[in-house]
Design a binder for this molecule. Structure first.
Ligand code: SAH
Ligand code: ZN
Ligand code: ZN
Ligand code: ZN
Ligand code: ZN
Length: 420
C-alpha cells in the first residue's frame, strides 16, 4: 500500500529533505523502500519495484486459502498437518515438499479455531510486534463490550479477541456477537473467510483485498437490526500515533457514512489499547477520549503480566470515547469506583484533593507537587534546576524536544526505555 511521508526533526524543527518510506515496517531490514519527496524515479526503477512486488506476494491468495481450508477440514485427523516453518496448513499432496520441515500432526478442530495458538507470535519483528492478550484480559474485554450492548466488533489487530468471539459463536447457540478481523498478518487468511478477515494495514488504511474488502468492512459497520458496533484495536506500541489516528478516523468515517442520517454527530465507539505513556499523544488526536485504569495483560510478555508475585505491572490501558462511568472494572482485581471522578480506578489510585482527580497512571499512589501543581510518580522529586519533578538521577540539561514517546530528553523514540 501507500508509503508515508516522513521528515526528520531536530530540536523540534524540520531538518533535511522529506522522504517516503514504508508505513508498516519500522525496521529498514523488513522493508528498505526509500524515496526522496522530490526525487524523479526512472521507468526502469519503477519496473524493478513492480517486479519485486510480484515476486513477494504470498504463495496463495485469500480465496485459495479459503478453498484449501474447506478441503483441510474434510481430511481425517491423521492427515491434518501444519508446517511450522512455513506457518501453513498442508494438504497431503504437499507433504513431500515440506518433508524436511518441522510440522504438527493431527490438527484438531479446536486448534483450527484458535489460530493464534497454532501460529507463532511474530514478536521479535518490529513490524508485527504480536503480543497476545492473556485469557483473563480477553475475557474481560469481551464481557465488557457485551454488557455495554455491542453485538459487532471490528477487531483491528486483535486476532485473539476475534478468535474468542468466533469460537463462542460457533459453540454457543444464544451467543450473538460477530467480529471482523482487520490485520496485516496474512497467515490468518488460512483460517477465516473473506467475511471474517481482511488483510489490512492500519498505518495507512490500506485494504490489500481492494474494493471488495473495503465493501466487506463497510457492510459490517452498517448497524442492521440495531446491532451496535464497537471497534477494538491493539496496535504495535512502536507505531506512530498520528498514522494510526488518521486511519482510525477513516474507519470512523466509514461507519458514519453507513447511516443515511449520518449518525448525527455521533462517533463510532472505540477501545484503543495502548501504553499509558502515550496518553497525551492520543488525546492530541482524539480529545474526547479518556484513559481507563484497567491493566491489559499479555501471554507472551513476561514483564507485562498482572503480578501477585511482585512482577512488573502492565503499562497497557484502554482509551475510549465511551462515557468512563460505563466502563465497569472488576472489583476482585482491585478496582474501585471513585464517585467524584465518576469512573473506576486502581485501588492504589488515590483521589487528589488539589487536582480534584484520581491522578495515578500506573496504579501506584502518586504524590502531589505544589511547585509543579500536579501529581507525579512516587519516586520522583522536584528539581529546582529543571523546574519540574523528575527522577533523582538525571542530568539537568535543557533540551527543547525530547523523545517522541515519553517526552524526555536524551534519547530518540527508537531507544525509548518505556518501549523496551
Ligand atoms: N493483543 C492482541 C494482539 C495485538 S499485537 C490480541 O491478543 O488479539 C498487534 C497486532 O497488530 C498483531 O496481530 C499484528 O499482526 C497486527 N499488526 C501489526 N502491524 C499492523 C499493521 N500495520 N496493520 C494492521 N495490523 C497490524
Ligand atoms: Zn514447510
Ligand atoms: Zn477520583
Ligand atoms: Zn495532585
Ligand atoms: Zn515538582
Amino acid at each position: 500500500g501507500p508509503t508515508l511521508l516522513f521528515v526528520k526533526t531536530s530540536q523540534g524543527k524540520e531538518d533535511g529533505r522529506r522522504f517516503y518510506a514504508c508505513s508498516a515496517c519500522r525496521d529498514r531490514k523488513d522493508c528498505n523502500f526509500f524515496q526522496w519527496e522530490d526525487e524523479k524515479v526512472s521507468d526502469t526503477r519503477l519496473a524493478a519495484r513492480a517486479e519485486y512486488n510480484r515476486n513477494h506476494q504470498p504463495s496463495f491468495t485469500h480465496r485459495q486459502n479459503v478453498d484449501r481450508y474447506k478441503n483441510f477440514v474434510l481430511l481425517p485427523l491423521s492427515k491434518r498437518r501444519f508446517c511450522q516453518e512455513c506457518q501453513q496448513l498442508l494438504l497431503p499432496a504437499e507433504w513431500e515438499k515440506h518433508s524436511d520441515h518441522r510440522f504438527l500432526c493431527d490438527i484438531t478442530t479446536a486448534q483450527l479455531k484458535s489460530p493464534s495458538q497454532l501460529l507463532y507470535p511474530l514478536e521479535n519483528k518490529k513490524t508485527n510486534a504480536q503480543y497476545l492478550f492473556a485469557d483473563r484480559s480477553c475475557q474481560f474485554l469481551l464481557n465488557l463490550l457485551i454488557n455495554l450492548g455491542f453485538r459487532r466488533v471490528l477487531s483491528v489487530g486483535t486476532p485473539r479477541l476475534h478468535e474468542m468471539i468466533q469460537s463462542k459463536a460457533s459453540q454457543e447457540e444464544e451467543f450473538s456477537v460477530r467480529s471482523l478481523l482487520l490485520d496485516i498478518d496474512f497467515r490468518y487468511s488460512q483460517f477465516y473467510t473473506e467475511d471474517e478477515f481482511c488483510h489490512y494495514n492500519m498505518f495507512n488504511h490500506h485494504f490489500f483485498g481492494g474494493e471488495a474488502a473495503r465493501e466487506t468492512c463497510r457492510k459490517f459497520l452498517y448497524e442492521e437490526n440495531g446491532e451496535k458496533v464497537i471497534m477494538v484495536t491493539d496496535p504495535p506500541f512502536g507505531g506512530l500515533v498520528e498514522a494510526l489516528g488518521s486511519s482510525f478516523k477513516k474507519l470512523m468515517a466509514m461507519w458514519r457514512e453507513t447511516e443515511e442520517e449520518g449518525h448525527d454527530n455521533k462517533e463510532m465507539p472505540m477501545f484503543w489499547i495502548f501504553p499509558y505513556f502515550f496518553e497525551s499523544r492520543i488525546l492530541d488526536f482524539f480529545p474526547n477520549f479518556s484513559m481507563m485504569d484497567y491493566q491489559v495483560d499479555y501471554d507472551n510478555h513476561a514483564l507485562y503480566k498482572h503480578g501477585k508475585t511482585g512482577r512488573r505491572q502492565s503499562p497497557v490501558r484502554i482509551f475510549t470515547n465511551l462515557t468512563p462511568s460505563m466502563i465497569v472494572l472488576p472489583e476482585e482485581e482491585g478496582y474501585r469506583f471513585c464517585t467524584i471522578c465518576q469512573r473506576y480506578v486502581s485501588s492504589g489510585n488515590q483521589h487528589c484533593e488539589i487536582c480534584n482527580s484520581c491522578t495515578s497512571k500506573d496504579g501506584r499512589r502518586w504524590k502531589h507537587c505544589d511547585l509543579c501543581k500536579k501529581c507525579v510518580k512516587p519516586s520522583w522529586s522536584h528539581c529546582n534546576n529543571c523546574n519540574c519533578c523528575t527522577v533523582q538521577k538525571h542530568s539537568c540539561e535543557k533540551t527543547d524536544v525530547g523523545c517522541y514517546v515519553c517526552g524526555k530528553a536524551g534519547h530518540k523514540r527508537s531507544a525509548c526505555p518505556s518501549l523496551s
